[in-house]
Every structure is written in structure tokens, then in C-alpha cells.
Design a protein around this ligand. Structure first.
Ligand code: PEP
Length: 255
């Protein structure tokens, strides 16, 4: 399969931004701006408390709603956590798992990422799995090994059939929220390493049909160049997803 046959997925990661009222306002602004942009899938991953407002504001549009994390247990004594079943029932279709901010600030490991990922898939959610190297790892020339290892550990026990519901976001940690962006060549090369790793795990057909996004300060100015690369099938966008106009330019670049 060539790139043209893979779906392009543009996903916003709002992080800890926007109240329910602001969610309603921002999505209502965005809906008419992206309504005819059918060349890519559009997802907004919002804070848990904004899900209801986001689902209502996006109803009938081409915007899908995602969450930013999910717990691995179906229910139980896990204060502060949210299960996959809860997300599904609220109208969530996607969930980000293993974002570097979760790994860095909240002790997320490849083992817990793997558990969360399997719980999400079992509940019928689509997963956006984040992997990526820190600056020292890139400087020391071990980016390929790091992303390959994360990909393998995070996907342990995930079946070939479930891979149709897994998107991988290559997110160099040094580029997230920093204004630094991987060059299109770096993004393409490392997304290619991830694709090769998936081929090793599941075979070429699945590797060629897996959506691999780039994330890390993608914005209205650099999106077109990044998205043009053969191994880059979309973007996971933080800061630039908080402004309807900027996000729309990125969606346009993906058409
Ligand atoms: C992200 O949150 O996944 C991200 C890539 O953020 P930013 O676009 O702000 O770097």
C-alpha cells in the first residue's frame, strides 16, 4: 500500500486547556471551518470534563472526539481514574495513550502504557499511541533503538487484527511544546523506523496500512512540509489545536 491509500489523521491534543463552555465555543467555531475537509480524519482529544460538551458541539460534523488517557482496569478502587467503558459511553472514539507528558510527569511506563492500550482496544476505542526520544537520546544517536523498543513494548500482546485501531504518533519529546520541530526528513526517517518495527512484528501489509503521525510543534507554517513526507500520515497537534484558524490551516494542509 502506498501513502495515498492510508487515511490521514489530524488530531488535536488540547492537554489541560478549555472549560466546557470554552469547548462548546471553540468546536462551534471549528465545525463550519472544517466541514468540507473530507481528505483527512479530524479528531479532538479533550480533557475528561469537556467530553460531554465536545460530543454535543461536534454532533453531525466530521469532527471525532478523543480522550487523553484511560485506565487499564474496567472498574474499581482507582481514585481519579476513568475507564474505557466510561469513555465509550460518553461518545469518545479515540484515546491518546503514552503521551510523553504522562510518561514524564505521571510515572507512565511502557508496562502501564501497554495495559492501558489493551484495555482501550478491548473496549472498542481507537488508540493514538505516542512514542519518541528525548533530546539526549537523539544527540547520542539512539533514536531508532528507543522508538523501536517503545513500539515493541507498548504493543506487546496486541493482535494483528487490533492493529487496525492503532495509530502511532511519533513525538520527539524535545519538540513537544518547545517550538522546536523535527525537520521533515527527521520526522520521515523516524516514522519509517516505526513502520519497519511494525513490519517486523506484524508483517508488511499491516505496517503499510498503519497510520503514523508526527507530533511536536506542528503548526500552520510547517504542517504542509511535514505532511508531504511519505511516512507521515497525519499529525498530533498540541498548541496549534487551540486556535480554530491555525488548526484549520493544518487540516487544509492534509487534504
Ligand atoms: C502534543 O501535545 O502531543 C504536542 C505535539 O504538542 P505541541 O504541538 O504543542 O508541541
Amino acid at each position: 500500500m502506498n501513502k495515498a491509500k492510508r487515511p490521514v489523521v489530524i488530531a488535536g491534543n488540547w492537554k489541560m486547556n478549555n472549560t466546557p463552555a470554552k469547548t462548546k465555543a471553540l468546536i462551534s467555531e471549528l465545525v463550519p471551518m472544517v466541514k468540507d475537509k473530507n481528505g483527512c480524519d479530524i479528531v479532538l482529544c479533550v480533557p475528561f470534563v469537556d467530553i460531554d460538551a465536545a460530543v454535543k458541539a461536534s454532533e453531525g460534523s466530521n469532527i471525532k472526539i478523543g480522550a487523553q488517557n484511560v485506565h487499564f482496569a474496567p472498574s474499581g478502587a482507582y481514585t481519579g481514574e476513568v475507564s474505557a467503558e466510561m469513555l465509550k459511553e460518553c461518545g469518545v472514539e479515540y484515546v491518546i495513550i503514552g503521551h510523553s507528558e504522562r510518561r514524564t510527569y505521571f510515572g507512565e511506563t511502557d508496562a502501564t502504557v501497554n495495559l492501558r492500550l489493551k484495555a482501550a482496544l478491548s473496549a472498542g476505542l481507537k488508540v493514538i499511541l505516542c512514542v519518541g526520544e528525548v533530546k539526549d537520546e537523539r544527540v547520542n544517536g539512539i533514536t531508532d533503538e528507543i522508538v523501536a523498543m517503545q513500539t515493541k513494548l507498548d504493543l506487546l500482546g496486541v493482535s494483528a487484527d487490533d492493529m487496525k485501531n492503532v495509530i502511532i504518533a511519533y513525538e520527539p519529546v524535545w519538540a513537544i511544546g518547545t517550538g522546536l520541530t523535527a525537520t521533515p526528513e527527521q520526522a520521515d526517517e523516524t516514522c519509517g523506523v516505526i513502520r519497519k518495527t511494525i513490519a517486523g512484528l506484524y508483517g508488511n501489509d499491516i505496517a503499510e496500512s498503519t497510520v503514523i503521525q508526527y507530533g511536536g510543534s506542528m503548526n500552520a507554517k510547517n504542517a504542509a512540509e511535514l505532511l508531504a513526507k511519505v511516512n507521515v500520515d497525519g499529525g498530533l497537534i498540541g498548541g496549534a489545536s487551540l486556535k480554530a484558524a491555525d488548526f484549520t490551516v493544518i487540516v487544509d494542509a492534509a487534504q
